[in-house]
Design a protein around this ligand. Structure first.
Ligand SMILES: *Cc1c(COP(=O)(O)O)cnc(C)c1O
Length: 482
């Protein structure tokens, strides 16, 4: 796909698959979208999917399956213990990661719960390239502290750094000196660093982190949930890896990790999760929690059909033409928005297109949740549902103080193999209109604020009647168009 050029000279990503099953979409008129947004408390998580045209909330559990995955699901072996389906998945993981032990879970955060309960103690520290919401919640719940040691470039929203997900190894060494290796539970590397815009780390960075961990006898844990995108970027962007296959890159990353965990809602185009390791000690330490929280050791809360789909999906992840559609569509969208002067995170990452809400709405303060307001406005203008990734996604500290996020982003996720290019062009068009009318967008304030993970089910209201005015402007400009 990446080396197919168009005679016209246009740079257009070409899908290397065809659509064989479709789902009809519904695009409600702007008046209905306004009401739906109000009823959802200006939280895109609370919208009903029937009111959503393009669901760009997340890449989790909504990636398209292949014909081969569907076929494998029919052959699933339904048994509580000793299922042949489990053996097939276990063998596939050994095949691609080279790991001997596999603990199945129902999804990624379940792995985090189990790893945190097994390794995090009161006041222990977990250094990482960047945190993920559920990761941090589990570490904190177990009394630990997250230390983010990203490179300076990581938070630079318009950068040409190809590996913004890299961990700053000098800072890691310093942290170990300052805090003592004994107080560090483990070091965590997150592939396709979710909250800073799906940005990858390099294979070389992983090697350097491993060397430090080895020197201080620290466990290195890889969160491989967004591994597919990271693999594509290593292959595309890391000069020294140009001639490695995706499979070889995967294997080296796995060899450098002591524990690998993943959400199969992302990795493997299905639903589920699991923890892989070569350490018998680690396996035995975590095993009892699987039976306690997830299910028996041969399914861990997953349906056998999903396990079959993951097995095939993992194999498809080793195929560059299967994992490049997401990153290439995102790059297309990023470039198109940039051309229109709309502030996006660069370079384009995996997972989705990230719009810089602070720059889109410079008239709003962080305490008015600019990213939340922009996500609501995008839905009203287009029926596309994105996700707030800013201060709303943060959690108040023990004193009730609201930490301001490093960045205010709206993420428009690109579920893998799902959308067509004309749909992406539609969203670009509506966001362009919104940008021209950005002065109309006002702030939000919480009306119901849960203590834990408030962004999931908190409710907000607009600080003025800006949503109504925006819908009216849309109707005037677009006449009788939806
Ligand atoms: C989604 C995600 C998780 C959590 O996985 P779930 O299956 O949603 O529980 C953990 N880490 C990263 C990097 C993720 O993107």
């Amino acid at each position: 796909m990446s080396n197919i050029t168009f005679h016209s000279g246009e740079n257009i990503p070409l899908e290397m698959h065809k659509v064989r099953i479709i789902q009809k979409l519904n695009l409600p008129p702007v008046e209905t979208r306004l009401t739906a947004m109000q009823e959802a408390g200006f939280n895109t998580f609370l919208l009903k999917n029937e009111d959503v045209f393009m669901d760009m909330l997340t890449d989790s559990g909504v990636n398209a399956m292949s014909d081969r995955q569907q076929a494998a699901m029919l052959m699933a072996d339904d048994s509580y213990a000793g299922s042949a389906t489990f053996t097939r998945l276990e063998e596939k993981l050994t095949d691609i990661f080279g790991t001997q032990y596999f603990l199945p879970t129902h999804q990624g955060r379940a792995c985090e719960n189990i790893i945190a309960q097994s390794y995090v103690t009161k006041d222990s520290i977990v250094p990482m390239n960047y945190h993920f919401t559920t990761t941090k919640a589990h570490i904190t719940l177990n009394g630990g502290h997250v230390e983010e040691i990203f490179i300076d470039e990581a938070l630079n929203l318009t950068s040409d750094c190809l590996f913004k997900g890299n961990l700053d190894t000098a800072k890691l060494t310093q942290l170990i000196v300052d805090k003592g290796a004994d107080n560090i539970a483990f070091v965590r590397m997150e592939a396709g660093t979710n909250l800073i815009g799906g940005q990858p780390f390099s294979l070389q960075n992983m090697r350097d982190v491993k060397a430090i961990c080895e020197q201080h006898q620290l466990l290195l844990v890889l969160d491989a949930s967004l591994l597919a995108d990271n693999l594509y970027f290593i292959k595309e962007r890391e000069e020294a890896c140009k001639d490695m296959t995706i499979r070889e890159i995967t294997r080296e990353l796995a060899d450098l990790s002591d524990i690998i965990y993943f959400s199969a809602r992302k990795l493997g185009f299905a639903r589920g999760g699991g923890i892989c390791t070569n350490s018998k000690e680690a396996y035995e330490r975590m095993r009892e929690y699987i039976t306690l929280y997830e299910g028996f050791l041969t399914y861990g809360g997953m349906s056998v059909r999903e396990m079959e789909a993951i097995t095939v999906g993992l194999e498809e992840t080793m195929d560059e033409e299967m994992i490049n559609q997401g990153p290439q569509f995102i790059e297309y969208m990023n470039t198109a928005l940039q051309k229109r002067g709309i502030p996006v995170v660069t370079p384009a990452g995996g997972l989705g297109c990230h719009i810089n809400a602070s720059e889109f709405l410079p008239h709003l303060k962080q305490s008015e949740y600019p990213a939340g307001a922009l996500a609501a406005a995008i839905y009203i203008a287009s029926g596309a549902r994105g996700m707030e990734r800013g201060t709303m996604s943060e959690q108040r500290d023990e004193n009730g103080v609201e930490p301001l996020a490093h960045m205010e982003l709206v993420r428009l996720a690109m579920p893998r193999r799902v959308f067509t290019l004309s749909q992406v062009k539609y969203v670009i068009d509506r966001i362009t209109w919104l940008y021209e009318n950005r002065d109309m967008i006002g702030g939000l304030t919480f009306s119901e604020e849960p203590k834990v993970l408030r962004f999931f089910f908190g409710r907000l209201q607009a600080t003025t009647n800006w949503p109504e005015q925006l819908a009216t402007q849309f109707r005037n400009d677009f006449k009788d168009s939806l």
